[in-house]
Design a protein around this ligand. Structure first.
Ligand SMILES: [Zn+2]
Length: 450
């Protein structure tokens, strides 16, 4: 009987295990059960004899897979586990595999094989099905490899599945490498990301992928490994997000601090890292860990609202505006992520460039042109402001500030957010000024006093 692991399956847990099989065994087809058994023995030996606290139910007391009675007798535990597996392999139920759809010669699998999301009602996981379920031999086997192809993150285990096979291979390679090196080091064998914030973990993975020039859509899963009140979180990352990072953050924190001039995006990420984090209940200060120890890579361990918004697919235009980001960075973001039309960006930039006609000194320019735009609270007000500027502009120039077409098609096209246009225009205007944050605050202070 041939066992074939070469084809994708529908269940994420089985799929991540299938990819684990391929990487752990370095092959995707097995002539017969005996050939496969050698690898299972190898895997189960590790599960039983090595520590695995990060997934503490795996082959441990709480798992239905082993017997409580074998707690102090690991040889007995190993024997039980192998017997259980071989029993599964020898079953022959008729029907269709719940995971890949294969017909007949199925095993009757208890969903409590090990408690990965077993209590959750997400219909895409086998845990949704009550009681036992039928699975083919390859899918059952895959399940046993899933724990080693995941990484500990926060309260759960995280894994990633992409539409790009190379990304999947990269992910599995890293995990199996970590798994093997943990065995040598005699530490907890299951891969640990050492990051306790899911969004940061995803961001960190994206940085690695873009460095390898690997691009594709990737779904990240975070699942719990307890059998009560279990949770499943999903975040879908689009290829364009990875490409964006590739364009703006080619070098991530390793051995130096980013500066706004040289590395604007990384500087922003760095700036938004919160100033402390908790590690096993203790507060760790950013200053001590990152700056004093020159451990810049650890920046990723701190909660970061910018990373959070970016990973969750929310707009980060507000962050860019607030930080007076360069037009270059803004443009890449709007084009790559927001898929904004180039013409629209060009027209808004042209308006900002034209407005320079009024710029004799930064402070006056800010008060007369920029501030009124900043203060607009509605589309009507924004439009009104632009008209006033248009009128002033015509008193100094032969050409208009913008044409009717510009206005209708690009500046405030029907159905698009006026607020976004306002933010983009402001970013383009900020770039023209050399005012510091304090200068602007002082100028605004004056406003309030009037
Ligand atoms: Zn199957």
């Amino acid at each position: 009987m041939l066992l074939d692991f070469s084809k994708s399956v529908g269940d994420p847990l089985v799929e991540i295990g299938r990819l684990g099989v391929i990487e752990f065994c370095k092959k995707d087809k097995f002539e017969n059960k005996e050939e496969l058994k050698r690898y299972i023995e190898k895997l189960f030996t590790k599960y039983v004899y090595k520590t695995a606290k990060t997934l503490n139910q795996i082959f441990s007391d709480n798992s239905k897979f082993t017997h409580n009675s074998s707690k102090n007798d690991l040889n007995k535990r190993y024997k039980n586990a192998m017997e259980y597996f071989e029993n599964l392999m020898s079953q022959n139920y008729n029907g269709y595999c719940i995971s890949c759809g294969k017909k007949d010669n199925l095993s009757n699998v208890e969903k409590m094989i090990f408690p990965l999301t077993t209590g959750n009602k997400n219909v895409n996981f086998t845990s949704f099905f009550y009681g036992n379920l039928l699975m083919c031999k390859a899918c059952v086997t895959s399940l046993f490899f899933s724990p080693i192809n995941m990484r500990k993150v926060d309260w759960g285990k995280a894994f990633a599945i992409s539409n790009n096979k190379e990304i999947n291979a990269f992910w599995s390679e890293e995990n199996i490498e970590m798994f093997k090196s943990n065995i040598v080091k005699d530490t907890d064998i299951l891969p640990d990301s050492k990051i306790n914030i899911f969004e940061n973990f995803i961001y960190n993975t994206i940085e690695e992928l873009q460095e390898e020039e690997l691009f594709g859509d990737v779904t990240f899963y975070l699942i719990s490994n307890v059998d009560r009140n279990t949770k499943i979180e999903l975040v879908h990352i689009y290829e364009k997000q990875i490409r964006f990072i590739h364009k703006v953050a080619p070098k991530f924190f390793k051995d130096e601090l980013p500066t706004k001039e040289k590395d604007e995006w990384n500087y922003l990420i760095f700036k938004y890292a919160s100033k402390e984090r908790k590690e096993s209940g203790k507060k760790v200060k950013f200053e001590d860990e990152i700056i004093n120890n020159k451990n810049y890579k650890a920046t990723i361990k701190y909660f970061n609202p910018l990373i959070n918004s970016f990973i969750q697919g929310k707009s980060i235009l507000g962050f860019l505006k607030k930080n007076k980001a360069s037009w270059n960075l803004t443009k890449i973001y709007l084009k790559e992520i927001k898929e904004m039309r180039e013409e629209r960006l060009n027209v808004i930039k042209k308006v900002a460039d034209n407005l320079q006609l009024f710029n004799e000194d930064d402070k006056t320019f800010y008060k007369k042109v920029v501030r009124p735009i900043e203060m607009t609270k509605s589309q009507t007000e924004f439009r009104e402001n632009l008209r006033i500027l248009m009128k002033k502009f015509l008193s100094k120039s032969e050409e208009p500030l913008f044409t009717v077409d510009d206005m209708v098609l690009y500046i405030l096209p029907s159905g698009e957010s006026w607020n976004e246009t306002k933010d983009i225009l402001l970013i383009a205007l900020y770039e023209k000024m050399n005012l510091k944050e304090e200068d602007i605050e002082n100028l605004n202070q004056g406003d309030d006093d009037e």
